[in-house]
Design a protein around this ligand. Structure first.
Ligand SMILES: [Fe+2]
Ligand SMILES: [Fe+2]
Length: 536
């Protein structure tokens, strides 16, 4: 007897009747389980899967009507068809049976052919009901799967393997209640120039993924995508090599659905029922949703990379007239990201300020080189021109929403918390947060880095100046919260500075130049508004 054959529970207090039913049903391939009364029948239903119940009416204890009523009253079992065996002429019994929820009646003494015909018809109806339930459940799963990917979609952190895990978890068999689902899911993923295979199964109530060494050729033409279902994949030349490979590794293949593509193919094996085109369509929809989001993530990353490249190019171009400050524009981006992260600003904002901080001095393309590179103090007229780089920068960046942070930084990175900055003399929270963060980042780097008008300072001295002041730089210039974040993360600032090796070399070179050409009293922090020209 095949374990996958339908299970029929026969309930009767007459052993002779049970034997008769067992013979009739057993010879037609059904698995028969016998119960002598209603109580025993209900216990069996509660302990194992039953496809159909044939029950006598008159029994001691719980009779056939009550047995039927209890089965049909329980949400877990109401889908099981119940056939009541009544006396031929008992109209009253039939009415009570209908009230109890019976699906069908057989009159005693029954005809063997009639029993088999009715059982077959009811099992077919049950199978169609199950398929309809599965369809509803699959539609629900498809929708929730799509929603989950959509709501958790992060292009930068998109992990195809995690999404495939989730896909496998959606369709695989987890327990006896989902016996109709596939017992195994296989995935083939293109990694570099070769394919990697993974096998999923449910083990100890956990979805388990393991890599398997398979070199089964699959006949997929370039760019082809398809889905299919096979009742016997071994009989199809396209899948025979795969089935043979799997069989040699102890993985039996009964029926199968699959989604095939160059990038990723998914195989669902051994459904506990017949597979249909609908199963293949469900698998295809899940796989295509996953791959759609993967391609979307790749495209967004490419477009983000292109944006970053363009922003950096523009930032580099703006340095053309300026003194060579090594990787200053990159370092300030890193510092800003450190402070923003410490302040608990979202990852997207952190990444955005990291990129757009590089444009803070883009307005200097309009500042004459002789002012930018003047070794001594600027006169008032030159200083007025220098300060314009903030507004010119904002004008260059424009007002595209994607560059909102860049624009605010360009405009406000020289404002100070106490109102002594420029161009507008804003104070406190009037200054955009990104400008407040950029101000301390720019200050730290300006102090650390050698310029033609000043030597480099070490990290400890720089932190001391920012936190304690030196007469030109004062702690009240900075947003107290930003200053606190800076103090907490200062070692990271030092690490960023040290990691940009070319900057260190640059500092050394400029420092040597300073030693031979500059007078100490000419040293000024020009771009920071820290010159001797008082209140600017
Ligand atoms: Fe500036
Ligand atoms: Fe700067």
């Amino acid at each position: 007897m095949n374990a996958s054959n339908p299970v029929i529970l026969c309930v009767d207090d007459e052993p002779g009747n049970l034997k008769l039913l067992e013979r009739t049903l057993g010879t037609s391939g059904y698995q028969v389980i016998k119960a002598n009364d209603g109580r025993e029948a209900l216990d069996i239903i509660g302990s194992r899967a039953v496809d159909l119940v044939l029950t006598d009416v008159m029994m001691p204890g719980i009779d056939g009507f009550e047995t039927c009523r209890r089965i049909k009253g329980d949400e877990r079992y109401r889908h099981i068809p119940v056939v009541m065996i009544t006396a031929l002429d008992s109209k009253a019994d039939r009415i009570r049976g209908i009230e109890a929820g019976a699906d069908e009646f057989l009159a005693k003494p029954y005809d063997h052919c009639e029993v088999l015909a009715r059982v077959k018809m009811l099992l077919r109806t049950k199978q169609l009901d199950n398929m309809l339930d599965d369809s509803y459940s699959n539609i629900h799963n498809l929708t929730s799967f799509g929603n989950r990917i959509m709501t958790s979609f992060r292009p930068a952190g998109f992990d195809l393997m995690l999404q495939i895990d989730s896909l496998a978890g959606q369709i695989i068999r987890k327990d006896a209640d989902s016996a109709g689902r596939p017992s195994t899911v296989l995935v083939r993923i293109l990694t570099g120039n070769s394919y990697e295979w993974y096998r999923y199964r449910y083990d100890s109530r956990e979805l388990e993924r393991s890599a398997i060494d398979l070199h089964a050729p699959l006949d997929i033409s370039a760019g082809d995508r398809s889905s299919c279902f096979c009742k016997n994949p071994a009989s199809l030349p396209q899948f025979r090599p795969l089935v043979e490979c799997l069989t040699s590794r102890g993985i039996a293949v009964g029926n199968m659905t699959c989604y095939l593509s160059d990038m990723a193919s998914v195989f669902a094996l051994n459904y506990g029922r017949e597979v249909t085109q609908f199963d293949a369509t469900v698998l295809e929809s899940l796989a295509m949703q996953t791959l759609f989001f993967m391609h979307l993530a790749i495209q967004i990353r490419e477009s983000d990379d292109a944006l970053a490249y363009t922003v950096h190019s523009l930032a580099r171009a703006s340095e053309a007239n300026d003194e060579d400050t090594g990787d200053h524009i990159l370092r300030v981006g890193e510092y800003c990201a450190i402070v923003a992260g410490r302040l608990g600003l979202g990852e997207q904002w952190v990444q955005s300020i990291k990129l757009h901080a590089t444009l803070h001095d883009v307005g200097k393309v309009h500042t004459p080189s002789e002012i930018l590179k003047k070794p001594g103090e600027l006169d008032p007229e030159e200083w007025t021109i220098m300060k314009l780089h903030t507004m010119k920068g904002a004008k260059i960046i424009g007002d595209h929403p994607k560059f909102g942070i860049a624009r605010q930084i360009a405009l406000s990175h020289h404002e100070r918390w106490d109102g002594s900055g420029y161009p507008f003399g804003l104070s406190g929270e009037e200054i955009p947060l990104e400008g407040r963060i950029m101000n301390i980042a720019d200050q730290y780097d300006a102090l650390r880095n050698a310029r033609v008008y000043k030597p480099p300072l070490d990290h400890a001295t720089t932190v001391k100046i920012i936190t304690g002041g030196d007469g030109r730089t004062l702690p009240q210039h900075f947003d107290p919260q930003v200053l606190k974040a800076f103090i907490a993360t200062a070692p990271l600032f030092a690490a960023v500075y040290e990691n940009f090796a070319d900057t260190a070399k640059q500092s050394e070179r400029v420092s040597n130049t300073l030693a031979t050409s500059s007078q100490p009293n000419e040293i000024a922090f020009r771009d920071q508004g820290l010159t001797a020209i008082g209140a600017i």
